[in-house]
Design a protein around this ligand. Sequence first.
Ligand code: C2O
Ligand code: CU
Ligand code: CU
Length: 461
Amino acid sequence: MKRREFLLGSGAAAGALGLGGYSLAAGSGAAQELTIQSASFALRNQVTTGMVSLSPDAPPPVLYGRQGEVMRLPVRNTLPDYTAMHWHGMRIANEMDGVPYLTQMPMAEGELFPYEFTPPDAGTYWYHPHCMTMEQMAHGLTGVMVIAEPEDPGFDSEQVINLRDFRLDEDGAFLPAYTARGATRAGTFGNVQTANWLDTPTYEHIAGGLVRLRVVNTDTTRIYKLHLQAGAARIIAWDGHPVEIDIAMPRADEPLLVGPGQRVDFAVVMPNDEGEAVELMAKLPGQPHRAMARLRAVGASVSRNLQELKPLPVNPAARPDLANAELHEFVFGWTPEGTVPNNGFCGSLGYNFWSINRKPWPGDAAQDVGPLATLQLGKSYVLRLRNESPNLHPIHLHGLAFVPIKSNQRQLPPLMTDTMLLLKDEVVEIALVADNPGDWAFHCHVIEHQKTGLTGFIRVV
Ligand code: C2O
Ligand code: CU
Ligand code: CU
């Protein structure tokens, strides 16, 4: 946020809606079409072409909505490939979930899908395609959604940081996003790290002010190890949902693991002195800690402190009844037979290597494949997730929120989420209320794993 915008805005909510994204709250008249198109952008020194965004020369915008108010997001596909748009973390109606063949037909070139839903929860969410997923995400189409609380939580300003890599050659051209080696291991990593498509951008915020920093990992592969170099800060939300307990702030030697698809919101007090900065730091393998983005203090100090913030209102996601929950088990690992073919639809790689419950997903458009589990609407469940591979898997469930209840390796805070990062050989139990009917995709968010078999769906009836 620029200082000028800060000075023009009155309070966080007004400021948030003036950040240059779309405001799509109810009553805003005809909704603006979101056009999936090819784009060019200077990710480093040279212009990279063949990117995918919602405008010809800029990253996908932050989409703003308000809890409990309808959002109309008509999406048009102008690419020659099929696509469908998914709203990650949103507990919305199944037919708006954007999963090809499961909840809608993929959109061909020229087609429009009139997505429309009312976010039940406030918080930080994101959007990305779910067909040609790797091709379109790796080329740029990953954007952040901010759903505002009905009442202004009292920040002076806010900052969205969309973290992701690109895989480029020396001339700024895309390298292949997939490698066979990566797909069977931890995934294929990008070599150009960005925040909002920029190389360590600096954003100005009022000195001494309270900033809500929303960090989103939209990468196709990388598990970020983050910490914040700040005087005073607190984690206030995780994967969209308010954190109701005290969570230790990550440090350089104990960073926070944020897997693909995950989000963390910090409340940050800006330094009092003009020009001083707060830095969002990441540890990448084989490199020293690196600043991904900076918040620079500007203007006369307002001397706010964290105690002035009221807790964020809890989202209306139901808490599971553990005493009456039924257990279902899921095993994530390689296929028992090694590499087997899949149908290659929607950008699946044509072969499977990964599986859930030892059955690889045969590919999108596999109508003959049943659900991994069928849950009764309104009942509570415990899902036991077992990782029998040496690689980490951010396991994501659409349409429902869940809470981790135990792990065989660590203490897990009971934070409401939609994506659980499974460590090597870890077994985690998560609990949920099956309160949203439909077929909900359930997959690893390392896209190469998803596209080589580590996916399926859970049915709620
Ligand atoms: Cu973030 Cu199935 O998606
Ligand atoms: Cu999702
Ligand atoms: Cu995985």
